[in-house]
Design a binder for this molecule. Structure first.
Ligand SMILES: [Fe+2]
Ligand SMILES: [Fe+2]
Length: 259
């Protein structure tokens, strides 16, 4: 079984990039299952029902979120009513929505867990303990973990913490793809960050002039997503059908015709 994980979809251009390329990626890599991080799918971050439905009907099986999960008001309704959309599992008790979901696909029960890091991010419960608790309670053939976090050390530690217990751990949130995809010693596929699907000439999706101005002054700036061509980032996890362990991780990156 081959699983495609796509890094943070940023705005309309990132959504269009996914819609334009998902069919060819599914064909090229013989993809059976697709997870997409959609926490920045709307123009001012977060996700709406309309955006979620666009991504799901185009070919995503599950959408994960992150620190922008509740940026859009209607996300609460979406998370309560759509089992294919998950928010971080380590949000405080009582937070609407689910931290994992289980989907039946091609004869396998596939669980997707979303967790949020604690370094430079919102205060939340321990991602390690909450994720492990879910892993141990889940009855699934394949478990995938989207660890939405800033610090590489926190993400790499999560990879080793779950090595052999889950099929794959992939990071999201930094919007920059890391060159460290690998299979960990006990068979868990890993990459520190999948990268971003969104505006190429940008700072993490945001107009570069805005972020430069922010760094040159102490005045907060209103962020806007950049225009122009888009990139697509993600990774393919090739999974052994007998053991449900990852055999190979293939980073995926489609760039515009950049100069
Ligand atoms: Fe993001
Ligand atoms: Fe994020």
């Amino acid at each position: 079984m081959n699983i495609l994980a796509i890094g943070d979809i940023v705005g309309d251009s990132g959504t269009d990039m996914f819609l334009d390329h998902i069919d060819e990626l599914k064909e090229k890599y013989k993809i059976d299952f697709c997870v997409v991080n959609g926490e920045n799918a709307c123009s001012n971050n977060g996700i709406t029902r309309k955006k979620a439905e666009m991504l799901l009907s185009a070919g995503a099986d599950v959408i994960t979120l992150g620190n922008h999960s509740f940026r859009q008001k209607e996300a609460v309704h979406l998370l309560l009513n759509n089992e294919c959309v998950v928010r971080p599992i380590n949000y405080p008790e009582g937070t609407p929505g689910r931290g994992f979901t289980v989907v039946q696909k091609n004869g396998k029960k596939i669980a997707v867990i979303n967790a949020l890091g604690r370094i430079y991010l919102d205060y939340c419960d321990c991602p390690f303990k909450e994720t492990l608790k879910a892993v141990e309670s889940l009855k699934a053939d394949i478990i995938l973990v989207d660890f939405h976090a800033e610090a590489t050390s926190e993400k790499i530690s999560m990879g080793y913490y779950l090595d052999g217990k889950v099929t794959a751990v992939f990071g999201t949130h930094t919007h920059v793809q890391t060159a460290d995809s690998r299979v960990l010693p006990k068979g868990t596929g890993y990459i520190t960050d999948l990268g971003m699907t969104g505006p190429y000439y940008s700072c993490l999706g945001v107009k570069k002039d805005i972020t430069i101005t922010r760094f040159l002054s102490c005045i907060p700036q209103r962020f806007e997503f950049a225009d122009g061509p888009s990139q697509l980032n993600g990774a393919v996890f090739c999974v052994d059908d007998e053991t449900n362990r990852t055999k190979e991780v293939i980073p995926v990156a489609i760039w515009p015709n950049a100069r």
